[in-house]
Design a binder for this molecule. Structure first.
Ligand code: SF4
Ligand code: SF4
Ligand code: SF4
Length: 319
């Protein structure tokens, strides 16, 4: 038997997930010796889409898809990857839940293009030219751009076998996931590949680990409200930390450096809507319900990484 074949595609993402693979450092050498990389686009290899399209269906053992699905090109390659890969993994929170760039769904595409290409302070576009799906250059060269779609998680386009959280996934967790893949020790299809702990479970600030009960939250603060306590539970201190409802495969990286968890690890198992669960968890520990009024911009806070897969559907704008 030959080495397992691996493919990787970056769609609507920032390439941070690709960098996280490089963060595997010396273990990356072991991975590259153990697999045959047949496609890695667009960041690592000079490959063309037809290289992937021409492979027989089901001929790739594992496919990693990072970034969300934000245009017709992403959608096409998602379908090609699904056809070619025996196992398809949503890699990182953009692919798994839409990610931070899924917040784009709060606006329509016209509004976004007008803002980006005409209205920003640094824009120099006197003719007000906007990107167009078809452009003819010199009257003879026809160029095509993919069309924007709403931001979607991968499973809103094709079926997904496994999910890996993180923005980006932490390199130690990627290593564990790679070991599981190479050894075939995988959870049931449709699962997250996770240690199964919440961020609070692995957080050194957890009051329970320090031998005392949790206390109610007496104030709501923002991270600009200094000083942030060095060692107590951030949530108890009023900084809205999503550690109770977030998978802790990162090892509680943010609370360890004085920042509240924002939920990039993805929802703990069994949660259908991260934002609703986070609101419920936070609401349940506020000493006074009026404290909820101090939460500024709740949509961006609670749905920072998961808006496209929320059970709450966007309200359609009326003219
Ligand atoms: S999950 Fe984060 S690091 Fe990965 S592509 Fe999305 S924004 Fe970038
Ligand atoms: S709420 Fe945040 S700071 Fe508190 S124990 Fe959980 S992860 Fe740590
Ligand atoms: S602590 Fe939360 S926001 Fe920070 S890396 Fe971990 S899961 Fe992501």
């Amino acid at each position: 038997m030959g080495k397992p074949k691996l493919a990787y595609y970056l769609a609507g993402g920032c390439a941070g997930c690709d960098i996280a693979i490089v963060d595997l450092a010396d273990y990356l050498v072991d991975v590259l010796n153990a697999v045959e990389v047949v496609f890695f686009a667009p960041t690592l290899a000079d490959v063309k889409y037809k290289d992937l399209e021409e492979l027989p269906d089901g001929s790739i053992d594992v496919g990693f898809f990072s970034g969300n699905v934000r245009n017709t090109e992403h959608e096409h390659i998602a379908k090609v990857m699904r056809a070619k890969c025996k196992i398809l993994i949503a890699f990182g929170i953009c692919a798994s839940c839409g990610g931070i760039k899924g917040l784009v769904n709060l606006h329509d595409n016209k509004e976004i293009l007008e803002k980006a290409y005409k209205e920003t302070f640094s824009t120099d576009n006197p003719d007000g030219v906007l990107p167009s799906p078809k452009v003819v250059i010199d009257g003879k060269y026809e160029l095509e751009l993919p069309e924007l779609t709403p931001a979607r998680a991968l499973n809103q386009v094709v079926s997904v076998d496994y999910y890996i959280g993180g923005c980006p996934p932490h390199y130690e967790h990627i290593k564990r996931a790679m070991e599981a893949l190479l050894s075939g020790q995988l959870p049931p299809k449709g699962s997250w590949i996770t240690m199964g702990h919440a961020v609070c479970d692995v957080c050194p600030r957890n009051p329970i680990k320090r031998g005392r009960k949790k206390t109610m939250v007496k104030d709501v603060k923002r991270t600009i409200d200094l000083p942030i306590p060095e060692d107590e539970c951030l949530l108890e201190a009023g900084y809205l930390c999503f550690g109770p409802v977030t998978q802790g495969d990162c090892g509680a990286r943010c609370p360890r450096v004085n920042m509240p968890c924002r939920g990039c690890g993805g929802p703990i198992p069994g949660v259908k809507d991260f934002g609703l669960k986070a609101m419920s968890a936070i609401g349940g520990v506020l000493e006074e319900i009026d404290l909820a009024d101090k939460v500024i911009d709740p949509v961006h806070l609670f749905y920072r990484y998961t808006l496209p897969v929320s059970l709450l559907k966007p309200i359609e704008k009326k003219d």
